[in-house]
Design a protein around this ligand. Sequence first.
Ligand code: SAH
Ligand code: SF4
Length: 395
Amino acid sequence: MTRTVQPSDADNADIRPSLVGLTRAELQSVLGEMDVPSRQVRMRAAQIWRWVYAHGVREFDAMPNVPKSLRAELIGRFTLDRPEIVTGQVSKDGTRKWLLKVPSNGLAKASEIETVYIPEESRGTLCISSQIGCTLTCTFCHTGTQRLVRNLTAGEIAGQIMLARDELGDWPGLEPGSPDNLPDGDRKITNIVLMGMGEPLYNFDAVRDAMAIANDNEGLSHSRRRITLSTSGVVPEIPRWGNEAATMLAISLHAVRDGLRDELVPINRKYPIAQLLEACRNYPGLSNSRRITFEYVMLKGINDSTADARELVRLLKGIPAKINLIPFNPWPGSEYECSDWGEIETFADIVNRAGYASPVRTPRGRDIMAACGQLKSASTRLSAKERRDLASSPA
Ligand code: SAH
Ligand code: SF4
């Protein structure tokens, strides 16, 4: 049976879709439609899966145990492409940021996202995006000034991990591409955080499928305990995420009173602090060894007083938690300033003395605008009229 493959983007010359991002079940169903005897479908899917996700091969012809005829059929229909790199930057501190191009689907002139890799001595964290832009408008966040263009697909989300592994030489048996500033140890990406552009719980299914791919131990093999989803507080999706994806959770709290949080994190008007913390208390699998991280951006004179610190401790009582204090990272046009170091230390001390780990997140990659909340791409969603004009204009 032939499957008609639709072009995924007018400005993309290759109309074959990428196989990257298919779940196991989807891969089996694709093979079921191809010239593969039904009793072999599972076995072939398992072989291809390993080549794609455990070895990172980029050509179907690099899969010697897959019959030649099947490889030819796969080549005719699919690629193994990752998102395309527009630019790659390396910060003085070794942080890397890639600007990636993804299809616009007629919604914007160009669609770009950012992925950031943060190496430390014994770990490497990959920060990935879930949406192009964001529908929310947190006042201290650069991404929040960029209207949502669209959700990323599971392939584009998992593709960010694949691409970073390509760039870092982080596939089994490969020598790291550029060995400077990479962590010790076999794996260069040890942790994944959904803290790039977008609100991941507003793109639930694609993010869940991509994390299932990331977690699969016949493939990319990232433990769920080393994957963290950060949310601004989409309360109804929190229990669902715990049940269906079971990764670690981070909450962008940033304020301890509803009035201020309404302003800083406007989703608070819909789901206020009490509801958010109730969802946290009930997060499936929560325990002292699986704590929730509360992120708290330090804004000078806004949310950084000792009274705020004490109220934070009171609010979190009974929730296995750690508190991540994030020095505010400025961006062009931002209204806030980062709290003074002394203020941050006093705040951390109060939280610490109450028994919570309260690491202050060292800003990384500020010189290349790669730090938390600095990500933004130039992609803007077009109005309905602009989209019609774009569709009718010659390529
Ligand atoms: N949308 C999700 C995940 C992406 S943001 C969320 O809001 O949780 C990742 C973290 O960076 C969030 O805690 C966010 O509040 C924080 N952040 C945003 N802008 C920032 C800035 N300018 N400086 C420091 N942290 C910021
Ligand atoms: Fe969106 Fe998160 Fe930025 Fe808020 S902090 S605007 S939810 S990306």
